[in-house]
Design a protein around this ligand. Structure first.
Ligand SMILES: [Zn+2]
Ligand SMILES: [Zn+2]
Length: 753
């Protein structure tokens, strides 16, 4: 086909791509994936060719100005993945481009990039420092700016430094004289070399060997995704490492992890075992780091990339294996457009490029496990720990037997209720006396989530959100966990002036305080969003605890996953009730998974572990299954409930989330969109393929001064809903926009709050 017209994806939130004409001299050579410069709105912009055709779609089409790269900028499978994400998740291709390709890469080498690229440009002295220093005195007289720049480069002793820190004109002049080399080649930010002390692997256990024997043939490509269901401590990481090493020459691996601050240990293993550099990709990288790293990955300079969700778009040219560790984690799903799920995208990308996929989990998501049941995935099990030790013994502590009437809320003035029940205190003391480490898990940060006036009953809530403010003790402030609003904690009730404000409920700060009181002289560390927010801070807490500098670690779900502390033998789960009571049909699954994960931190070394779960709902089936380490019984019970109510994994969901500043306009718009959906999906509803629920106020009714409403569509197959929605999305968005309402369509949502 002659490429007379080309569909160009631009980095804009347009509903689709735009068509441009192809000049005659390019009609034979233009290829999908190439970057082009196109005229736009009186200026010009950079886009990607995503389709070619012989016929125009509209009149008055303008031609492409020029092609920017001789070779396609993106690997074919990556471009195909982006188009799939756009189509499957009903997301404008421009928003997918923004998620997938760093801005600096998108505009690389164009006039739009000049200002940015200077920051990434590095300078290095082109001659030995002694020679350069000898030139300085003369140079200082004739061209002082050049002398300053050259002196800085001498001080750097051959290391490249960012060109943006020096005078650019001076650098250019020095380059002309052959005294300085400019470029970005010298900097390899985000790429880690192999460890200087490589570690020899321990032999595989028979169970690991059996699973590995099934992984090997899959590495040749074309196999179904492998779901490795291995209990905590079963040695899944070892299998990932061996699979990466066993890849055919020239093929690369991508390892997706749920959270970058939790990957320190994984990265260390990779560096100890793989004889080549690895790249680490995550959203905390600066623009410059992303630019350098992206290009190094694109050129095939790294054989393994480790990263969070967005690393699924890493431009590895010859991908041979994708590992999704802790595949059940909700953080793989992006909650803003494009609302893609990195695990599902991994499966699609692997299919396109013939790579193998390994999904690893101790507690697979119901969706993945169901896929194994219907033979879409291959299920491989690791039923025991590689140390041969049993899984930790899990005991349920029934809080009702310790609670005197009225003790649940604050007792007498100044006397706080005990947050930790006596059996847990005793068990912790015993473990600490043996020289072991203890972990306490509570899935809420801050000191206390509620503050109420005992005189007038008023609570302290966020002025922007319909939630109560959380008291944070270190700053003596009230903080909104949704919008970040912060106010100094008042001494008296803001409503009536009485000095009767009382804190209730507990977060990790209060837990830490209570632990320090109960175990004087013990070193206590806390790991939650507050202590891990600064870059590298989370890693320091983990390293300190690992080295034994602390006896007790307190934390939120940040401590639950993937970490390995050999001396940790006791885990205390403080309030799984917080998880169980969320108004979300996945609450039990999350609670089960999280309790199993955190319990799995205990007893991974030479001594057996013990776990105490204190709860008000000791008979809940999710906790009972966690107690007996019985995924199968949980799966059976939970899937029966989901099947009964037409929830995933039996029906798929599409959530339409609406929010706006005006409650009544939001209500009207939501009603209108709901009615249009019912009209559009009426036939599918009659056939039982769809059900439209709502609109209803979202459980979090108002956030950041915007009221929130949602409509849920249940569909089987998913296309029964997304097909009609894809065609109508533009007009639904327009209806919302004209009413001042924001509409987000979330396909297969994980968060319904
Ligand atoms: Zn009051
Ligand atoms: Zn707020």
């Amino acid at each position: 086909m002659t490429a007379r017209y080309a569909d160009i994806a631009l980095r804009l939130a347009l509903p689709g791509s735009l068509q441009f004409g192809v000049p005659e001299n390019l009609q034979e050579s233009l290829r999908i994936g190439q970057r082009v410069m196109v005229p736009l709105r009186g200026g010009r912009d950079v886009g990607y060719v995503v389709g070619i055709s012989e016929e125009p779609k509209v009149r008055g089409i303008r031609p492409i100005e020029r092609v920017l790269d001789a070779e396609p900028h993106l690997p074919d499978d990556l471009l195909e993945l982006m188009l799939w994400v756009s189509n499957h998740y009903l997301a404008p291709i421009g928003t997918v481009l923004r998620a997938a390709v760093p801005q600096a890469v998108h505009y690389e080498g164009t006039s739009k990039a000049v200002a940015r690229e200077r920051h990434f440009l590095t300078a290095v002295a082109a001659i030995p420092a002694e020679q350069a220093e000898a030139l300085l005195p003369d140079l200082a007289l004739r061209a002082p700016a050049q002398a300053v720049a050259l002196a800085a480069l001498c001080r750097a002793q051959g290391r490249p430094i960012p060109a943006s820190t020096l005078n650019r004109a001076a650098l250019d002049a020095l380059q002309k004289k052959g005294l300085v080399t400019l470029g970005s080649a010298g900097m390899r930010r985000g790429i880690l070399p192999p460890s200087e002390t490589p570690v020899e692997p321990a032999p595989l256990t028979p169970a690991q060997a059996a699973v590995f024997a099934r992984i090997i043939p899959a590495l040749a490509g074309g196999a179904k995704p492998l779901l490795v269901q291995g209990v905590t401590g079963s040695g899944k990481t070892e299998l990932y490492l061996r699979a990466i090493r066993a890849l055919p020459a020239g093929r690369q691996a991508l390892v997706l992890v749920p959270e970058v601050s939790l990957t320190i240990q994984l990265i260390r293993h990779l560096r100890e075992r793989l004889p080549f550099p690895i790249a680490v990709w995550h959203h905390q990288l600066s623009d410059g780091e992303k630019f350098d790293l992206w290009r190094a990955i694109r050129r095939g300079e790294v054989r393994t990339v480790v990263g969070t969700r967005s690393a699924i778009f890493a431009p590895l040219p010859r991908l041979g294996l994708i590992v999704v560790d802790e595949e059940q984690e909700a953080s793989f799903k992006q909650e803003d457009t494009p609302c893609y799920h990195a695990r599902d995208a991994a499966i699609v990308r692997a299919e396109r490029c013939g790579a193998a996929v390994i999904l690893g989990s101790a507690t697979p998501s119901l969706e993945s496990r169901r896929n194994a049941e219907v033979d879409a995935f291959t299920l491989l099990r690791l039923p025991g720990r590689y140390t041969g030790l049993p899984l930790p013994e899990v005991e349920i502590v029934d809080l009702r037997t310790f609670a005197a009437p009225g003790r649940r809320s604050l007792g007498a003035r100044g006397e706080a209720p005990r947050l930790i029940a006596p059996p847990l205190i005793d068990a912790a003391r015993e473990a600490l006396d043996r020289g072991d480490q203890v972990l306490f898990f509570l899935n809420r940060r801050g000191f206390a989530p509620h503050t109420q006036c005992r005189a007038c009953g008023a609570g302290v809530s966020c002025p922007n959100c319909r939630v109560s403010l959380v008291f944070h003790a270190p700053e003596r402030s009230h903080l909104c966990h949704y919008c970040g609003y912060r106010v100094e904690a008042p001494d008296v009730c803001p409503s009536c002036g009485a000095a009767e404000l009382r804190l209730s409920g507990s977060g990790t700060q209060r837990l830490e305080l209570e632990i320090r009181t109960a175990f004087p002289g013990r070193e206590v560390l806390r790991l939650d969003r507050d202590t891990a927010s600064r870059k590298g801070a989370g890693a320091r807490v983990v390293a300190d605890f690992e080295s034994g500098r602390a006896d007790i670690l307190v934390g939120t779900q940040l401590v639950a996953k993937g970490l390995h502390f050999p001396r940790l033998t006791l885990v205390g789960v403080i309030s799984p009730d917080l998880l169980l009571n969320l108004p979300d049909f996945r609450a039990a699954e999350r609670a089960f998974s999280l309790v199993a994960q955190v319990a799995g931190r205990a007893g991974r070394g030479e001594r057996a572990g013990r776990v105490l779960v204190q709860t008000w709902q000791p008979d809940h089936y999710a906790l009972e299954a966690a107690r007996t380490h019985d995924y199968e019984s949980f799966y059976a019970r939970e899937t029966a409930f989901r099947r009964e109510l037409d929830y995933p994994p039996f029906f798929d969901l599409v959530a339409l989330r609406l929010d706006g500043p005006n409650l009544s306009r939001l209500g009207e718009t939501a009603d209108e969109i709901g009615a249009r959906l019912r009209g559009m999906l009426g036939r599918a509803e009659e056939q039982g393929a769809c059900r439209v629920l709502g609109p209803v106020p979202a459980p979090l009714e108002k956030i950041r001064n915007r009221w929130r409403s949602q409509i849920l569509v249940k569909a089987r197959p998913l296309e029964a809903a997304t097909g009609p929605l894809r065609a109508a999305a533009g007009s639904l968005h327009e209806a919302a926009r004209s009413a001042g309402v924001r509409l987000l369509i979330d396909v297969s949502p994980l968060n319904l709050m």
